[in-house]
Design a protein around this ligand. Structure first.
Ligand SMILES: NC(=O)c1ccc[n+]([C@@H]2O[C@H](COP(=O)([O-])OP(=O)(O)OC[C@H]3O[C@@H](n4cnc5c(N)ncnc54)[C@H](O)[C@@H]3O)[C@@H](O)[C@H]2O)c1
Length: 388
């Protein structure tokens, strides 16, 4: 944990809050809960770093109330969320104190959430299963009158994600899917949420200014300036459980698909694109014994992006960019907005997909559009000019 400067943090609450359940009390949940506490109900971003929307509708960041959590790790289950977020193997930076929230972490069903390879490769960083019996998740969601369920399970947790999505439907909650298991971009799941009369946002968070965003901005520049892309790579490194988990080639398949599609569709859809899609790689760093997991690097992620192309006169042009960022706060900066958009959708009776918000906040939305269009649609949605 690094030192933090809390001079810009505000405390506060709003009575008419958003009742939140968090599935997976890992690093992303830690940054989210710290951010909610820290920003409080501040509704003016002046001088405050890191916020896109101080208000979404009438909701400040402090309107979000973590009410219950679900996890399977013995160090987290049974604790208050304020305590569980600072337990191992979480390693993300501490930037805010969090008071007791009176928000318990319940034992969820493990299903495919605990990959065996983690303990074999790095036992210190592995999840450790609690011996408690799983609770009835839908009942807990109903008992605590939850509005929005956020899914932060490890990559590859298909069965578990589907289980929690069904529980959210059962308990009449909106579902925000931060991970690359396809729910909010899957026709069948969208229909299921539509029939239930509930909104679903996702899939796979596009962090505030992360590797995907940076890569997309650079690709868009090549396209807008008529430079043909020959090939491009985005290789990521970190030392958190997310990267340890992603060493399993089976679990990572949909992550790679999600990241790749978020680059490829820009080229496919652009008037200066339209040519055969060049080779694109975006994911954990490739290479023998590597896979992007760097023990000791903790949550400090590094992305190396290269784009090779040809410009006027068939001349070679190459860009090499390096991004270094604390991974989990970077995603929480988006999730605080996605949660508030999910609640606006609930209030407005939106059923099924919410394309305006999902296209801006997620890597693999149902409708993929350039970010410059997505932000315009998002702002229209927040103002209420468009319904979804
Ligand atoms: N950090 C980012 O910027 C970013 C961006 C996009 C997507 N994501 C995705 O968000 C997800 C969460 O990331 P993270 O860094 O917090 O991961 P993490 O490994 O820190 O946390 C995962 C948590 O899920 C818990 N868990 C495992 N199985 C469970 C189950 N069945 N029920 C309840 N809890 C269970 C684990 O014990 C752990 O606490 C990952 O899938 C990640 O790929 C993160």
């Amino acid at each position: 944990m690094t030192n933090y400067n809390k001079s810009w943090c505000a405390q506060g609450s709003e009575s008419n809050g958003i009742r939140l359940a968090i599935v997976g009390i890992g690093n992303c949940a830690s940054s989210l809960v710290q951010g909610i506490t820290c920003y409080g109900n501040m509704n003016d971003a002046g001088g405050v770093p890191g916020i896109i929307h101080p208000l979404v509708g009438s909701y400040s960041i402090g309107s979000i109330k973590p009410i219950v959590g679900f996890d399977i790790d013995e160090r987290k289950v049974g604790k208050d969320i304020s305590e569980a977020i600072f337990k191992k193997p979480n390693v993300t930076t501490k930037f805010s104190d969090v008071p007791n929230l009176d928000a318990r972490v319940f034992m969820g069903p493990i299903l495919d959430g605990l990959p065996k390879h983690m303990a074999l490769i790095d036992p210190e960083m592995s999840f450790v299963a609690s011996k408690e019996r799983p609770v009835d998740v839908a009942k807990v969601l109903r008992d605590y009158s939850i509005d929005v369920v956020v899914n932060y399970l490890p990559v590859g947790s298909k069965k578990a994600t589907e289980f929690y999505a069904n529980a959210a439907i059962d308990a009449r909650c909106a579902f925000v899917n931060c991970i690359p298991i396809f729910i909010a971009s899957d026709e069948k799941w969208i229909q299921t949420f539509e029939e239930a009369g509930l909104p679903v946002l996702g899939d796979d968070v596009k962090s505030q200014l992360g590797a995907t965003w940076t890569h997309r901005v650079l690709i868009q520049a090549f396209l807008d300036r008529g430079v043909r892309i020959l090939d491009t790579k985005q290789e990521n490194y970190a030392g958190n459980t997310d990267f340890l988990n992603m060493m399993d080639p089976e679990r990572i398949k949909t992550k790679l698909a999600s990241k790749k599609s978020s680059i490829e569709h820009l080229i496919e859809d652009h008037k200066n694109g339209g040519y055969e899609i060049p080779p694109v790689y975006a994911g954990p760093a490739q290479g023998e014994n590597n896979h992007g997991y760097v023990p000791g690097r903790n949550d400090r992620k590094m992305a190396r992006i290269t784009i090779n192309g040809v410009s006027f006169g068939n001349q070679p042009i190459n860009i090499k960019a390096e991004l270094e960022v604390e991974d989990s706060p970077n995603s929480a900066g988006i999730v605080v907005d996605a949660i508030r958009c999910a609640k606006l959708s609930l209030n407005r009776g939106v059923k099924g997909a919410v394309p305006s918000a999902s296209s801006f906040f997620f890597k693999h939305p149902y409708e993929k559009i350039p970010d410059s269009e997505a932000i315009i649609r998002l702002e229209s949605f927040i103002r209420g000019d468009i319904r979804r």
